[in-house]
Ligand binder design. Structure first.
Ligand SMILES: N[C@@H](CCC(=O)N[C@@H](CS)C(=O)NCC(=O)O)C(=O)O
Length: 221
């Protein structure tokens, strides 16, 4: 059985879960509290990060490398376009969310509001929370700009870029840090993604001590 060592509110793990589910690849989910840095965990991935995918006899790390490997070995349904220009745009936007959005928004808000409590790291730093809350507005506006021109973030078809973005936003939505009223266009995009069967397991996630807000799993939020 394939196995994904993950943490429910890790955007990188969520991106891989979405790709696996969209491609209907069965996987057993095993929670990894990666901050404990257990010896077995470090043996599986010396980089000390989740996600880690045990796929057949292989242990795989790095979410984007995993997603592109899955795309190449399980091409249907396609999450990367055929044309090099369009592939470039998917990769550019995936990096936008996994690097820039993560640094400016996800890390600030998730660390301060949730991970510090979970890992015993002290009180939230309000300067960081404010900076994250300011930055997400700019990112939602950028998504609005893109989605006014395109059906999906990187072009006419759903792609890895949409899953990368939805992975980050869904983590933030779990802590009610996304203002869906900022853009009807972005909200419609998220509603479309959220209603896909691949999203079901993400909507069912529960982190002890942090109950889901009512709107989180509601398809009509
Ligand atoms: N580039 C990595 C990033 C993964 C990552 O940073 N995962 C976080 C959880 S969201 C982690 O395991 N952090 C532990 C650490 O950095 O020590 C990927 O795409 O898989």
């Amino acid at each position: 059985m394939n196995r994904l060592y993950h943490f429910a509110l890790s955007p990188y793990c969520r991106k891989v879960r979405l790709v696996l589910a969209e491609k209907r690849i069965e996987v057993e989910l095993v929670e990894e509290r990666y901050w404990d840095k257990e010896a077995d965990f470090l043996r599986r991935n010396p980089a000390g990060k989740v996600p880690i995918l045990k796929f057949g006899s292989r242990m795989m790390a790095e979410s984007q490398a995993i997603c592109e490997y899955l795309e190449e070995t399980h091409p249907e349904p396609a999450l990367m376009p055929k044309d090099p220009e369009a592939r470039y745009e998917v990769r550019r936007l995936t990096a936008w969310f996994d690097d820039k959005f993560n640094e400016e928004v996800t890390t600030r808000l998730m660390t301060e509001r949730l991970f510090k409590k979970l890992m015993g790291g002290g009180y939230p730093d309000s300067t960081m929370v404010k900076a994250g809350a300011r930055a997400i507005k700019y990112h939602l506006d950028y998504m609005h700009y893109l989605l006014e021109q395109r059906r999906w973030l990187a072009g006419p078809e759903l792609s890895l870029a949409d899953f990368a973005a939805a992975a980050h936003l869904s983590c933030l939505d779990y802590i009610s840090d996304v203002d869906w009223n900022r853009s009807e266009t972005v909200k419609d995009w998220y509603a479309k993604i959220k209603s896909r069967p691949a999203f079901r397991s993400i909507l069912a996630d529960q982190v002890p001590g942090f109950p889901q807000p009512a709107h989180y799993a509601d398809l009509d939020f």
